[in-house]
Write a protein that binds this ligand. Structure first.
Ligand code: COA
Length: 188
């Protein structure tokens, strides 16, 4: 893990056409709460919809603590045009020895189906290969969340298999599809 010490705490910022990807900060609380309270957003991720802004602050504090420990984490997705924080994308874990990692993401419903996560994930995957020198980046999505599968497909991840009842989420076991991209794979 030493290889990635301070990765996000050192504040890398990635700019894309419409987005700025940067570390989360406590003052993202209102923007994050406005979408993290939506059960449609939390339906296919492992956190519960935030009930009050205190849940959001707890979430942000935990994320910032992870940066300080040097663990990988999520970038805030900022919509350039408004400066609003509209989602997160980043590394769930990074295995330094195997040079592999898993990515995860979530986005405010107001921005769905506009290519936002495709744009964000493409940039994070490029950062993983070009800056962190990873060899493999994987992601998994619940079988009944095909929009997430489309995002992975768009950026060049390949489907590798279905993991039956891999997760326990919102009161039930769920099947997930595993996708991955290697550094030498084409990146569309
Ligand atoms: C999944 C999610 C990140 C997608 O983000 P997004 O910015 O809307 O994604 P994009 O616009 O880049 O791409 C979405 C694609 O899915 C497609 N799509 C949307 N709903 C779909 C559905 N019900 N079935 C099949 N495809 C669907 C869109 O048409 C688009 O594909 P296209 O560009 O080929 O037309 C977003 O919906 C989200 O945050 N959901 C809640 C959290 C979540 O599920 N996180 C992922 C956990 S694995």
């Amino acid at each position: 893990m030493q290889l990635f010490q301070g990765m996000l705490f050192d504040s890398p910022t990635i700019e894309t056409d419409r987005l700025i990807l940067r570390p989360l900060r406590m003052r993202d609380d209102r923007d994050m709460f406005s979408y993290a309270r939506d059960p449609e957003v939390s339906r296919h991720v492992l956190w519960e919809a935030h009930r009050t802004i205190r849940d959001t602050r707890r979430f942000l504090r935990a994320a910032i603590r992870q940066y300080r420990k040097g663990f990988p984490g999520s970038f805030a997705i900022e919509w350039k045009a408004s400066g609003r924080m509209i989602g997160t994308v980043g590394f769930m874990w990074i295995h330094a020895e195997y040079k592999s990692a898993e990515v995860g993401y979530s986005l405010s419903r107001d921005y769905w189906n506009r290519g936002v996560m495709t744009e964000a994930l493409r940039a994070v995957v490029a950062y993983g290969f070009d800056t962190l020198h990873l060899n493999r980046i994987e992601a998994q999505y619940e079988c009944d969340n095909p929009a997430s599968g489309r995002v992975m497909e768009h950026i060049g991840m390949r489907y590798e298999g279905t993991l039956r009842q891999r997760l326990w989420n919102k009161g039930k076991f769920v099947d997930v599809k595993l996708c991955a991209i290697l550094r030498d794979d084409p990146r569309p």
